[in-house]
Write a protein that binds this ligand. Structure first.
Ligand code: ZN
Length: 417
C-alpha cells in the first residue's frame, strides 16, 4: 500500500479540528479515490461501486466492487471522530474585570490542566436560517485560558474547576464572540440560529524528537484511526465475497448515545441498505452479519517512561512496537479469542508485530466504540489501536513509526485471506 507517513497524519489532524471537519477531510480523500457521496435520502445504486454517507460528525464508507452475493461478509474498521475539548456555551459572553471572556465547558474526559495557557482557535458548525449549515474553522489564536500564577495558589497546583476555571479570554473589552465567528465564516450573525463550536490548539502538529521520531499533536485519540482507517480502505485489494467498510462515529467520548454515535442505528442501517440494494432480503442481512468482523480502532496506552508502575507488568506497550490488541475481561473492550485470532492473522499477513494490552485490574479502564457497536450490530468485534502517551491531553504524543504499520494491519484486516 502507499505509505502513510506521520507527516501526512499531521496534515490530516491540522485540517480536522472537529468531528465535522474530520468527515470533510476523509470525504475529500474518498472522493479523490472515486468514492461517491450518497445522501441518506437517496435511493442507493444497485450497481456495485464505492460509496459513503455522512451523518453529522459520523461517516460510513464501503466498497461493493468485489461482492458476489447480497449475503457476503463485511469487514469493518471502526473508529471515532470526536476528541475531548472545551466547547462554547450558548450564552457565553462574559465581562469580568472589564475583559471579553467566553464561557466554555468540557466535552468528554478532557485532561483539563492541559488546556490552560494554550493559543486556542474555534471551530464547528453553524445552523443558519433556511436550513443551511456551514462549517467554520478559525485557525487563529483567538482564545486563551490563563492559569493562576503560582504565587496566588500557595505554590500547589490548583485543581481545575470545570465551571469556574475554564473560561477563555479573547478581548480586553466586552463584545460578542459570535460576531467574530460569524464574521470569519463570512455570514450575517443574525442568520445563525444554532451552533456547535469548540476550541482547538492552533499550534500545528509536529514531528519532534531525534529525526522526527515522535508525533506531537492534538486529537491523536482518535484521528489516528480515522487517518489510518481511510488509508487502509483506499489501499485495500478487495477479496471476492468480502465488502470492506470504514465506520467513523461521533460522540464516543460522551458515551456514543445519539443519532450518529456507535449506539445509533447508523452502521446497522447502512449495512442493511447495502444488502437490500444488492437485491438481498432481511435474512440475507443477518447472514451477512453472521459472517462479518469489526476491528474497532482506538488509541492504546504506551508505557509511560515516568510512570511505568501504572501499567500492567507483563503488558508493557512500546512506542514504535506496532499495533496493539486491547483486552479487558469486563468488556470495556470487545475483544474475544476469535476476534483476537482475526486481527493477529491480519498483522501476520501485513508483516507487522502485534502488542497485547491489558489494563491494571486496580485502575478504571476507558472504553471504545467496540462493545457498543458490537451490541448494536451483533457483529464479532475486536478492539485494536496504536500506542500513544498522554491520552486526552490537549497535546498527545505517539511514535512516528507506528502510523504506517497500523494502517497496513487495518488494510490486511479489511481483506482477509
Ligand atoms: Zn478514543
Amino acid at each position: 500500500m502507499a505509505p502513510a507517513p506521520a507527516a501526512d497524519l499531521c496534515a490530516f489532524i491540522d485540517r480536522s479540528p472537529t468531528p465535522f471537519h474530520v468527515c470533510v477531510t476523509v470525504a475529500a480523500e474518498l472522493e479523490a479515490a472515486g468514492y461517491l457521496w450518497l445522501g441518506e435520502r437517496d435511493a442507493w445504486p444497485v450497481e456495485p461501486g464505492r460509496f459513503f454517507v455522512v451523518r453529522g460528525g459520523s461517516l460510513v464508507a464501503w466498497s461493493t466492487e468485489s461482492s458476489v452475493s447480497p449475503s457476503d461478509a463485511f469487514r469493518v474498521v471502526g473508529g471515532h471522530t470526536d476528541s475531548p475539548n472545551l466547547r462554547l456555551k450558548q450564552h457565553h459572553d462574559l465581562s469580568p474585570e472589564g475583559l471579553g471572556v467566553v464561557a466554555l465547558e468540557p466535552y468528554g474526559g478532557a485532561w483539563l490542566h492541559s488546556w490552560l495557557d494554550r493559543d486556542l482557535g474555534i471551530a464547528g458548525r453553524l445552523a443558519l436560517r433556511g436550513g443551511r449549515e456551514v462549517l467554520v474553522h478559525v485557525d487563529e489564536p483567538v482564545l486563551r485560558v490563563p492559569q493562576l500564577a503560582i504565587h496566588l495558589s500557595d505554590r500547589k497546583p490548583l485543581e481545575v474547576d470545570p465551571q469556574r476555571h475554564l473560561n477563555g479570554i479573547w478581548s480586553t473589552s466586552r463584545g460578542s464572540f459570535l460576531d467574530l465567528v460569524a464574521d470569519r465564516a463570512g455570514i450575517d450573525v443574525g442568520d445563525v440560529l444554532g451552533f456547535e463550536l469548540m476550541t482547538h490548539d492552533t499550534q500545528p502538529s509536529a514531528l519532534t524528537g531525534l529525526n522526527g521520531e515522535l508525533v506531537s499533536a492534538p486529537r491523536l485519540d482518535n484521528q489516528v484511526t480515522c487517518f489510518a482507517g481511510t488509508r487502509a480502505l483506499l489501499a485495500v485489494e478487495p477479496v471476492e465475497g468480502v465488502r470492506p467498510v470504514l465506520a467513523l462515529f461521533d460522540h464516543e467520548e460522551v458515551g456514543s448515545t445519539s443519532e450518529r454515535g456507535a449506539q445509533s442505528d447508523l452502521l446497522a442501517t447502512v449495512l442493511e441498505r447495502i444488502v437490500i440494494a444488492a437485491g438481498g432480503s432481511r435474512d440475507d442481512y443477518h447472514r451477512a452479519i453472521a459472517a462479518s468482523v469489526c476491528a474497532s480502532g482506538d488509541m492504546a496506552h504506551a508505557t509511560h517512561p515516568n510512570h511505568a508502575e501504572r501499567h500492567e507488568p507483563l503488558h508493557h506497550i512500546a512506542i514504535g512496537g506496532g499495533p496493539v490488541l486491547k483486552l479487558h475481561p469486563n468488556l470495556r473492550y470487545a475483544t474475544d479469542a476469535p476476534g483476537t485470532a482475526h486481527f493477529a492473522e491480519a498483522c501476520e499477513r501485513a508483516g507487522v508485530p502485534l502488542q497485547r494490552y491489558e489494563h491494571r485490574a486496580d485502575l478504571p479502564c476507558g472504553s471504545t466504540i467496540g462493545p457498543l457497536s458490537a451490541a448494536r450490530t451483533g457483529m464479532l468485534t475486536v478492539d485494536v489501536g496504536a500506542p500513544q502517551l498522554a491520552m486526552h491531553s490537549a497535546r498527545e504524543t505517539m511514535g512516528a513509526a507506528d502510523v504506517e504499520p497500523y494502517a497496513r494491519a487495518l488494510a490486511a484486516f479489511l481483506a482477509p485471506a
